[in-house]
Ligand binder design. Sequence first.
Ligand code: GLN
Length: 194
Amino acid sequence: MPKIGVLAVQGDFLEHRQALERIGVDVSEVRLPAQLDGLDGLIIPGGESTTIVQLLDIYGFRDILKEKASNGLAIWGTCAGMIVIANKLTDKRPDPIKLMDIEVSRNAFGRQVDSFEQDLDVTGMEGDPFHAVFIRAPVVTHMGKDVEAIAKLTDGRPVAVQQGHLLATSFHPELTEDTRFHEYFVRIATRGSD
Ligand code: GLN
């Protein structure tokens, strides 16, 4: 069973922790870079990306996260977490950590439709469509050639993308009872630690 950490500097890390516990995973909260040691996977939760990046820089996470990601640490960013790990943003702020070959637009659905839910067909996921909850969500505006869109909105915009051991979702699987995305990430982290 892999060891998964949840970045716990800001945002809805508790809900991720509870989802992982429901599927029997050994989970720890990460507040300092040294707590990344020995992990197979890290979840960066939803919240406020500018605050998360600011805190990551204050605690000295930036370089170590890049190093760990290139050495195989599986990383999953949800919502603000997707913004944090992107290579590029269409917005001026924040300066993302640049782990994944995607360009992301923050608050892509504007003020009027800032929250909505949609059922998504996810590549490789068995069973019913995944009920996805979007809250002031980002969207992927460009992806590199090694990135695969595993779920798209009905208008074709990618909202779940994977690049090997890196995963990003615009929506919040931790806010539903459906643990299939958490199981999917645990499988990615397990593969990486072989
Ligand atoms: N809009 C937020 C941001 O830009 C993300 C919202 C969320 O994580 N639910 O950081």
